[in-house]
Structure formats: C-alpha cells, structure tokens
Write a protein that binds this ligand. Structure first.
Ligand code: FES
Length: 179
C-alpha cells in the first residue's frame, strides 16, 4: 500500500476564531479598502494551509463582503498564492539566467522524471510538489534548488535521486515517530 503524506492542519473552531480576529484587525487598519485587507488575510490563510482552500476563500469573501470570485481573482493573480494543496516538500528549481546557463533545466527535468510529475504538479502520495523558480537570490551557487526552506547549491542531475531519497527517508522517519 502506498503511504500518503499530508500536512497537519488543525481545522478547529479556535483557528476560525483567530482568522476572524485577524480579518477584523485588517479591516480596521484599512477602512474602506477591501483589497488592502484581503492580501494579508490570504497570506494568513496560505501560511496556515500551504494553499487557499475553497472553504477559507468563501469565509474570507463573506467576512469582507466581497464575491468569492473576487477573492479567487486576487489569489490567482499573485503567484505566491496557491489554489491547490502542496506536497509536504516543495522542490523549487531555479531556472533564472545564472542557474539556466549552469544547467538547471537538466536538473528540473531529472526531478520531473524521477517524481513522474511536471512542474506545478504534486506526487500522488502528497510528498512532493515540483516548481520552477525565477532567481532565488544565490546566483553564485548556481544551479540552485530549494526544498521548503532548505537550500541546495550547485546541484547536478546526478544528485537528484539522492535528494529525493533523503527527503523521502526523512518523511518516513517523521511518520514513524508520530505513530
Ligand atoms: S538565477 Fe538562480 S539563484 Fe539567481
């Protein structure tokens, strides 16, 4: 049986109360400017869930008195916000100029081949999301890969299988420790 990984999300009444409190604070800071309140509220939701779930978008729309389609429009305009769930690990391969000339496309292709997904997709077990990034601010270390907040410098395609194996092992170890 395939192990399925998912981020722990405590969907409790207390969390929704915290969200309501945050929304009221942002509304108070931005009277009459719903969009100014909406962006920080969407950040709050995304930090919590790793993406913007439909139920949260509906709730935010209702609380701010705007149509849900407006919330979706803003969330999909900014690339920071994700409208679909992400894996436990988000692998971001930099394809900015400095990384590209050092061969980052081959690194990205190798991640895609090994994980059997395209950039922008997640593995079926919920463990990995693969993304392409534009300059991660460390051009001297090109090609650069970030896995969540962890930084991998001068990555070559031959290292991809070890990187995937290490994070897979870490996830299994975390899962066993929780059982
Ligand atoms: S181009 Fe990749 S870190 Fe700058």
């Amino acid at each position: 049986m395939t192990t399925r990984f998912k981020k722990e999300v405590l969907d409790t009444p207390a969390w929704w109360q915290d969200l309501d409190r945050f929304i009221e604070e942002e509304k108070a800071k931005n009277p009459g400017h719903v969009q100014s309140a909406l962006i920080p509220v969407l950040h709050y939701v995304q930090d919590r869930y790793g993406y913007i779930p439909e139920k949260a978008a509906n709730h935010v729309a209702q609380s701010l008195g705007v149509p849900t389609v407006y919330v979706w429009g803003v969330a999909s305009f900014y690339s920071y916000f994700s409208l679909t769930p992400k894996g436990v690990y988000t692998i971001r391969v930099c394809t900015g100029t400095a990384c590209y000339v050092q061969g980052s496309q081959a690194v990205l292709d190798e991640f895609a081949r090994r994980l059997e997904i395209k950039p922008g997709e997640s593995t079926e077990d919920g463990l990995f999301t693969l993304e392409e990034a534009r300059c991660l601010g460390a051009c001297g270390q090109a090609p650069v890969v970030m896995v969540n907040e962890r930084f991998h410098a001068k990555v070559q395609p031959e290292q991809v299988s070890d990187i995937v194996a290490d994070y897979t092992a870490e996830a299994h170890a975390t899962l066993s420790a929780e059982e």
